[in-house]
Design a protein around this ligand. Structure first.
Ligand code: SF4
Ligand code: SF4
Length: 135
């Protein structure tokens, strides 16, 4: 079955390094990122709501509702606007490659503004890759 991802999780799944909100969340995240990071194309469905990562997260209060909904829907809205994303199927590797080819440190900082992981995670390194060291 396709993996359901909300828009800003296209970024979080790149930066993830084994830390998360609970044991169950981390186990689920480990499984999903292992599939997404395969070299084989992986079909995903982008959903503008809670997704397959949210479903094991202690912050999911109900279907479609995160405890920090104002914040996470802002992350979603921004990445959707920057990359013209639609609620449809994508190949994860293709859409991630496209995002990586266009994203800048300024865009990433704007999308992720307010995320507690931003200062402590590998998101910048993983998402911006070599570009970070040349700018
Ligand atoms: S914090 Fe909110 S958006 Fe992030 S995984 Fe948990 S429920 Fe989903
Ligand atoms: S900084 Fe936060 S919102 Fe941005 S990619 Fe990392 S975990 Fe996701």
């Amino acid at each position: 079955m396709d993996i359901k991802l909300r828009p800003h999780h296209l970024l979080c799944t790149q930066g993830y390094q084994g830390n998360g909100y609970s044991k169950e969340f981390v186990e689920n995240m480990n499984q999903i990122t292992a599939r997404l990071r395969s070299h084989e194309p992986v079909k995903i469905r982008l959903v503008f709501s809670t997704d397959d990562l949210c479903r094991c997260c202690p912050n999911m209060l109900a279907e479609g509702l995160c405890r920090t909904d104002d914040k996470v829907t802002k992350f979603d809205r921004k990445i959707v606007a920057y990359f013209d994303l639609k609620e449809q199927e994508y190949i994860y590797q293709d859409i991630v490659t496209e995002i990586q080819s266009k994203i800048t440190p300024e865009i990433l900082a704007d999308i992720c503004e307010g995320c507690g992981w931003y200062p402590v995670s590998a998101c910048r390194e993983k998402i911006l890759k070599d570009r970070l060291h040349h700018c």
